[in-house]
Structure formats: structure tokens, C-alpha cells
Design a binder for this molecule. Structure first.
Ligand code: T5A
Length: 221
């Protein structure tokens, strides 16, 4: 899909630092005069946020794995159509906390769902739209889960955070497998101190978008 915008996604296990990193990526582009739109998945539009609530809230009725998968892609189809594509068509930088690689990792590797089905649903939701850059924040699962627990409180787990450690090990391994196969990925050591992680991400942005120069008179990091 041709568009004048820039589409960047951030991926990783829970607590990898994606939400924190989104802000740094947004600042880098804003300081270079680009209009930035930050979003997240599942979610990003009113309908998709309603679906997010169903997906993340532990409820009395257990979600079937196929329901979970199709709800992820229903939310994504809405997000792509009503927010991501219009932003990219307007030349904005769309930065998304998680996208289809999370479905490949969580539903594909974590739940063991059919990879072919996931790619078929991706085609239906995205119509060929792919991120230009995917920043994979990689770190040992136990560090990520500890960070997420410290931030939210140990008894306040969403539906995914209730999974066992081996589920997240499969998720992490799948992200790394996808990154090894696809040059749109940049893998960052997210166990490093925050300042190092941010410096590494900025170096990736400089390398991938050398044509985007800082604006004269605008402070930049
Ligand atoms: N999901 C999602 C699927 O199963 N399939 C899909 O297709 C999609 C799109 C989303 C859930 O849905 C699943 C995956 C998820 O389980 P969510 O609430 O959005 O749920 O969960 P996460 O994306 O995992 O969000 P988290 O908040 O848990 O993790 P983040 O955003 O990676 O981490 P962040 O930035 O909030 O940082 C966590 C804490 O660590 C600190 C931060 O200050 C914060 O306190 N921190 C650091 N500390 C030390 N050193 C660093 N380098 C640090 N970086 C951050």
C-alpha cells in the first residue's frame, strides 16, 4: 500500500517498555517537524477499545481461543480502516504499541493457533499495509513480568498476564524468530537501563530514516 506517512510498531512481551518507548519515538519525529499520531492495539478507536475491554478483562465466561483471535483482528480491521490508513494518507507518523506481530506471537505461538489462518485474517484486516519499522523490545520474560506487576500491582493482572511463564517464553521466542526473518525489525535489548534503551532506539531511527533531518531552531535529543 502506497502512502506518504510512516508506520512504526513496537512489540515485545509484557513490561518490555513499549508504552515508554512510544513517547521517545514520537518526540524524535515531532522534533523533526512531523505530525505524529500514537495509538495502541488492541484498541485505538472507540469500537476497537470496546473490543479491547472484552479481550483484557477477566470475565465469568471464558473466551474461546478462536473468539480471542477473531476479536483481535476485528479490532485491528476497524483500527486500520478508521485511524491508521487515514493518518498515513495524510502523511502522519503513526506509532502503534503492538500490531499483527503480537497476534503471531500470542495467538500463534502462545496459544498454538494456525499460522495460515492468522495470515488470512491479517490480509483481510490490513489489505497489504505493513509497518516500515518494527521495534522489538526484547528482554527475559521474568524481568518484563516483574516490571508490569510493579507498575500495576501484583493482584491486578489482565487476562493475558494470568498466563504461565512458558506461554510468555513461546511469545518471546516467536518475536525473535519473526525478527530474524524480516528486515523491518530492529531488536533492542530492553533489559538495559532506560537511557540506554532510548539511545539505541534513536540510533535505529537515525539509521532507518536518514532523510528526516532535525528542524532548525527545534531542540532535539
Ligand atoms: N495481545 C495484543 C494479543 O494477545 N494479541 C494481539 O494481537 C495484540 C495486539 C495487551 C495484551 O494483549 C495481548 C498482548 C498483551 O497481553 P496491554 O495492557 O496493552 O495488553 O499490555 P502490554 O502491551 O504488555 O503493556 P505493558 O504496560 O504491560 O508493557 P509495556 O508497554 O511494554 O511496558 P511499559 O512501558 O508500560 O513499562 C512497564 C514498566 O517498566 C518501566 C516503566 O517505567 C513501567 O513502570 N520500564 C523500565 N524500567 C527499567 N528499565 C527500563 N529500560 C524500562 N522501560 C520501562
Amino acid at each position: 500500500m502506497n502512502h506518504p506517512g510512516i508506520f512504526i510498531t513496537l512489540e515485545g512481551v509484557e513490561g518490555a517498555g513499549k508504552s515508554t518507548a512510544v513517547t521517545g519515538v514520537a518526540d524524535w519525529f515531532s522534533q523533526r517537524g512531523r505530525v505524529v499520531d500514537c495509538s495502541r492495539e488492541p484498541g485505538g478507536t472507540p469500537v476497537a477499545e470496546s473490543i479491547r475491554h472484552i479481550l483484557l478483562t477477566p470475565a465469568t465466561e471464558e473466551l474461546a481461543e478462536s473468539t480471542e483471535l477473531m476479536l483481535m483482528f476485528a479490532a485491528r480491521a476497524q483500527h486500520v480502516a478508521s485511524r491508521i490508513k487515514p493518518a498515513l494518507a495524510a502523511g502522519k507518523v503513526l506509532i502503534c504499541d503492538r500490531f499483527t506481530d503480537s497476534s503471531r506471537a500470542y495467538q500463534g505461538a502462545g496459544r498454538g493457533m494456525d499460522r495460515g489462518l492468522i495470515e488470512t485474517l491479517a490480509q483481510a484486516a490490513q489489505h497489504g499495509l505493513e509497518p516500515q519499522l518494527t521495534v522489538l523490545l526484547d528482554l527475559p520474560v521474568e524481568i518484563g513480568l516483574a516490571r508490569a506487576a510493579a507498575r500495576r500491582g501484583i493482584d491486578n493482572h489482565d487476562r493475558f498476564e494470568r498466563e504461565q511463564r512458558d506461554f510468555f517464553e513461546r511469545v518471546r521466542a516467536e518475536f525473535l524468530r519473526l525478527a530474524a526473518l524480516n528486515s523491518r525489525f530492529a531488536v533492542i535489548d530492553a533489559a538495559a537501563p532506560l537511557a540506554e534503551v532510548q539511545a539505541h532506539i534513536q540510533a535505529v531511527l537515525h539509521a532507518r530514516f536518514p532523510f528526516i533531518a532535525p528542524q532548525v531552531g527545534v531542540a532535539h535529543g
